[in-house]
Design a protein around this ligand. Structure first.
Ligand SMILES: Cc1ncc(COP(=O)(O)O)c(C=O)c1O
Length: 377
């Protein structure tokens, strides 16, 4: 079945009791036991499982081509669940440009838990090979990355990591399963902040882990969800499942808009650099063309000529773009990343990150042109 069809049908069937086409929202936290002690409905307690969560997990597994998916109340909860499935003393290699919240988990609570962590440029396979140790259990990739849109060759990273006995996780939040399927390329696990494109409307926080195999490692992750209590609410799961049928259309339209915006920015004299994997000048363009299909995603970062204040002035002047963090919603957002990421950030201070929404690209370009003109006057 093609992904557009899966996006509409996976995890959904007509409700057998009411014949409702839209899955009912099941808020009950507890489910009746039969006289013989059995649970005929298949559910016991909502922290363990819930019909809305179960439906969402089936749909996410189908879209990513995985054996099993687990839903979490945020992307960072999904990240923490994967990392806590490791043992103290295990070594993790993470992409030098992973989402700063992922780096915060790795260098904060999980380092206290006893994980050893190295941050490595995963586009450099020799650097990856050199960083592998006998106790390396996980290689954490993110492609395209947040916020510089760096590209990692998932298949190549998986080959190197697997040869050393390490699992590969890919954060697929920016690409979504519509544009990229890391499990088919050799990754063992995929994580998402479903808050972003999967939710798509900036109104629900969520995360998920999808696994190639229903093995002992995913059982550990499930145990963090069930006993660690990292269970998403039924309504959040309902909202996320509601968003899936439009995911292919949204992501493709946002990718088309982002490509047009990136081309406009690349030609603008007030812009020093554009990071967008769809541009042939991007260092990861050829790999992105190979491992992504149907677009390069809706995120674009660019650096203005001048100083930090010039970037802030551009962000202050736009009218259609909203100055806000997060991404993947129907409305376009602009963000000065360095000021969000804190004093230790390596993100250039002249960088602005755009999340392209579903407005007409010509209107977005006109808005940016107007704001950038300020820098030329
Ligand atoms: C690539 C990526 N991964 C993970 C996360 C964390 O997700 P959440 O904010 O849902 O916890 C984010 C959030 O911005 C992200 O951009």
């Amino acid at each position: 079945m093609r992904i557009e069809t899966l996006a509409v049908h996976a995890g959904r069937e007509v409700d057998p009791t009411t014949r409702a086409i839209v899955p009912p929202l099941v808020l009950s936290t507890t489910f009746e036991r039969a006289a013989d002690g059995d649970f005929p409905g298949g559910y016991i307690y909502t922290r363990n499982d819930n019909p809305n969560r179960h439906a969402l997990e089936r749909a996410l597994a189908a879209l990513e081509g995985g054996a099993v998916a687990l839903a979490f109340p945020s992307g960072n909860a999904a990240t923490s669940a994967v990392l806590q499935a490791l043992d103290p003393g295990d070594h993790v290699i993470a992409a030098a440009e992973a989402y700063y919240g992922t780096r915060a988990v790795l260098t904060g609570a999980l380092r206290r838990w006893g994980l050893q962590v190295d941050f490595v440029d995963l586009s450099d396979l020799d650097a990856l090979a050199a960083a592998l140790r006998p106790n390396t259990r996980l290689v954490w990739a993110e492609t395209p990355s947040n916020p510089r849109l760096q590209i990692v060759d998932i298949a190549a990273v998986a080959r190197v990591a697997h040869a050393a006995g390490a699992r590969v996780v890919c954060d697929n939040t920016f690409a979504t399963p519509i544009l990229q399927q890391p499990l088919a390329l050799g990754a063992d696990l995929v994580v998402h902040s479903t808050t972003k494109y999967i939710g798509g409307h900036s109104d629900v926080l969520g995360g998920c882990v999808v696994a190639q195999a229903d093995d002992e490692f995913i059982q550990r992750i499930r145990s963090y969800q069930v006993f660690g209590g990292a269970a998403p609410s039924p309504f959040d799961c309902w909202l996320l499942l509601r968003s899936l049928p439009t995911l292919p259309c949204r992501v493709r339209a946002q990718s088309e808009g982002a490509l047009r915006v990136a081309r406009f920015l690349a030609d603008h004299p007030a812009v020093a650099q554009v990071d967008y994997p769809g541009l042939p000048t991007h260092p990861g363009h050829e790999i992105a063309r190979r491992q992504m299909r149907g677009g390069f995603g809706g995120m674009v970062s660019f650096q203005v000529r001048g100083a930090e204040q010039d970037a802030l002035n551009v962000a202050a002047r736009v009218r259609l773009f909203t100055r806000a963090t997060s991404l993947g919603g129907v409305e376009s957002l602009i963000e000065h990343r360095a000021s969000v990421e804190g004093p230790n950030t390596t993100t250039p201070r002249t960088l602005l990150r755009l999340s392209i929404g579903l407005e007409h690209p010509d209107d977005l370009i006109a808005d940016l042109a107007n704001a950038l003109d300020l820098l030329r006057s």
